[in-house]
Write a protein that binds this ligand. Sequence first.
Ligand SMILES: *Cc1c(COP(=O)(O)O)cnc(C)c1O
Length: 410
Amino acid sequence: MPGPGYFWIGQEEEQEVLQVIRAGYLSRYGEESNPKFLHKVKDLESEIGKKFGSRHALAVTSGTAALITAMSAAGIGPGDEVIVPGYTFIASMSAVIFCSAVPVLAEVDESLTLDPEDVEKKITPHTRAIMAVHMLGNSCDVKKLKRIADAHKLLLIEDTCQAFGGAYRGRSLGTFGKVGAYSFNIFKTINAGDGGLLLSDDAELYKRAFAFHDQGHFPLRTGVEIGNRSVIGQNFRMNELTAAVLLAQFRKLDRMLEHLRSLKSGFKEQIRDTKGLEFRRLNDPEGDCCNVLTVFLPNRNTADKVAEKLGATTLARSGWHVYNNMEQILEMRTINPKSNPLKSEHYRGKAEYKKGMLPKTDRLLERAINISVGVVDKGLGSSFGVNLNSSSEEVDRKAETFRQVVAQCL
Ligand SMILES: *Cc1c(COP(=O)(O)O)cnc(C)c1O
């Protein structure tokens, strides 16, 4: 049930990992003069930073760790509100909570990303940041969200975990806000089982993020830094084996995206004229990662029937990503009741969580189905469709099945 990178794990990954294992040195830190130290993590950071056009890159252990590190480094904390879409992976919200801040849920629009109009309505005196989640491989309305963030002096944090390699108007997603976070878990564009990365142009933020991710140390330490540690940090360090896999995966990214684009446009072309069908609005079709092809049926009933016949679920019923299905958030089940950010003495706002609180989002998700292209994931509702290795015959066959199913259900 994985992302596209999974389908192309091969000799290149094997070679990279073998190099590291044979050298025998697995930590991200080492002396340049040590021939065993192959600095794969450092290479990964610089290759991605360079290609995506960002001054600073920091590899971490997961997308969740990247988000927590990013927001901690940006100074988000107790009493702050962060506006988050109601349709996203749980980590967009849990990361806010682990910064002791409060996620405020906002609607998504026909692009299934943050609805800028609702974002404006959700701004209060406590709002510190907007978390722009580039859902399902395509960008938020970056232009509008950036304008809102600037007008209200809010930080724009980009959760780019589902859109590594995507772009908006020719520029890489994750490089528009104060900081962008990526994930390399198995469902994402490229993967090493787990892993994460953040990008920022802000040198100070990078320094704080680095310190946070490694017990307060300054970037690229080579030894002990007693007396110099700026903050109390975590250990979210990536190791050399993970970076070795990711380097090989990253070098396949362009080819992978190109291939996914042709699969997706092939599929889309064949179902374009299906009666009763609409496509998700893409804020930037050119910059699409082509994870999925999202369609809307005319109503919930039809969508349920179509999904069932395809062996899939509508987005409203898919297990993850929908606030209505997140009991741990709806009831704010923090591991220690005293760390409930809503109950913090610093919090003066009135955020609350209820099923059905985002009617626009609910109406959209109950009519929507994800056809898999790059990401085959039941939890995303994309169990029907194709994958990176599908032949053009398979694309034709699946498109035909889809057309027939919709015709039967209308
Ligand atoms: C996957 C994902 C994350 C978290 O990434 P992990 O590497 O699993 O921690 C965060 N946000 C979104 C939108 C995601 O899809």
